[in-house]
Design a protein around this ligand. Structure first.
Ligand code: FAQ
Length: 343
């Protein structure tokens, strides 16, 4: 063997050893990840995780964050026309909470290495989704009640199990979000109860709102299980704990007695208790409507995204001012910084 051949074979075997070592450590990390998930332990930002786990979390968390901030629009539409100061203060606090939920969620996505700018860019360019529910209009004051009762109610049903999501930062964000959503749900229920027990016109307004929001609320849980692209893998990773159809059924079972207590009817002639299943049967969801809304053809898709882009552009000066302030104080001498804090 010439010395050149021997040097080449040494390099090749060193590369091979490195490659084998890399594969061994990857396999060890992967086994540790699978074991942690199986043991119901939390995966934290610095832990090794499969690329697909990371990207699936970013996809779901981003869609959730976008839903929170786009979801501010339908109700904000009624802040200036709330029927009393009390109702106005409550509604402002609720809409503000939703902005806060967006912040926690964008923060959770950041722990996975994806910044808010990138996610907002994807939302504004239509590359990421937000919940279908926010593409419906709020036509009357009663819609604020229907959103609280049904939309926040569906959100809680879906999100309480997410408090046990395998990814730590998302699970912890969900604990606080769910507590706040419970307030939101109760204010919506109380608002509808007052309307339902009010004048004939108020009762009719509450019923009309429930008629319009019921079916879109059922669509919030996503496509039926046999068409759900991500459920099986997300459940195996314990990101999701229940399937779309299981949670939808849970929501229907919760709502039927609540509707009775409200004195309102749910717009589904097929809704009836099934003794054998121990659940309410309900009618067929119009999945063609769901698909149309997801494609951008819902009643308000265009309006919602246009308003979001405008708000982002008009807020540019706030972001620039905040960045300039942060940079100034980061580079200021320590004594100036102290003065800035105490003055
Ligand atoms: N709208 O394979 P799956 C709120 C998409 S609550 C739009 O079943 P996955 C609070 C899905 O992304 C609302 N898109 O997906 C509030 C996927 O598309 P992709 C937000 C939907 O992830 C209240 C494709 O269809 N809550 O904002 C919808 O396993 C009042 C295939 O679906 C959350 O986001 C939909 N309804 O299950 C704020 C909760 N459904 O990503 C203001 C967290 C499905 O491949 C006022 N998210 N898609 O392009 C989740 O639990 C899940 O992501 C599901 C979907 C259950 C939404």
């Amino acid at each position: 063997m010439t010395s050149a051949t021997s040097a080449t074979s040494q390099v090749t075997s060193a590369e091979g050893a490195r490659e084998r070592a890399r594969e061994d450590s990857e396999a060890a990390f992967s086994a540790a990840f699978e074991a942690a998930v199986a043991a119901d332990e939390r995966i934290e930002p610095r832990d090794w995780m499969p690329d697909a786990y990371r990207s699936s979390l970013v996809r779901q968390i981003a869609q959730h964050a976008h839903s929170e901030i786009i979801g501010m629009q339908p109700e904000a539409n009624w802040i200036t026309r709330a029927p009393s100061l009390r109702r106005k203060a409550i509604l402002m606090a609720k809409v503000q909470d939703e902005a806060g939920h967006g912040l926690y969620l964008y923060g959770a996505a950041e722990t996975l290495g994806t910044g808010r700018d990138e996610l907002l860019d994807k939302l504004h360019s239509g590359r990421q989704k937000y919940s279908s529910i926010f593409n419906y209009p709020t036509l009357t004051w009663a819609d604020v009640g229907a959103i609280g009762w049904l939309v926040d109610g569906a959100a809680i049903t879906n999100q309480v199990p997410l408090c046990r999501c395998s990814y730590g930062p998302y699970a912890r964000a969900m604990v606080r979000i769910c507590k706040e959503e419970s307030f939101h749900q109760r204010q919506g229920y109380e608002l509808l109860l007052v309307l339902s027990r009010g004048t004939e016109a108020q009762h009719a307004m509450a019923q009309d709102a429930v008629d319009r929001w019921w079916w879109p609320s059922l669509m919030m849980f996503g496509p039926p299980d046999d068409e759900s692209a991500h459920s099986a893998q997300s459940m195996a990773w314990k990101i999701k704990r229940h399937s779309n159809d299981e949670l939808r059924q849970r929501f229907v079972d919760i709502c039927v007695p609540q509707a009775e207590a409200l004195g309102l009817t749910l717009p589904d002639p097929d809704l009836r208790w099934n003794e054998d299943r121990g659940h309410y049967d309900f009618g067929e969801i119009d999945w063609s409507e769901f698909r149309a809304v997801l494609k951008g053809n819902g009643p308000c898709n265009e309006q919602r995204i246009t308003q979001r882009r405008r708000a982002h552009e008009e807020g540019a000066w706030v972001r620039e001012a905040a960045a300039a302030y942060a940079a100034k104080h980061q580079h200021a001498p320590r004594s100036d910084r102290k003065e800035a804090v105490t003055s």
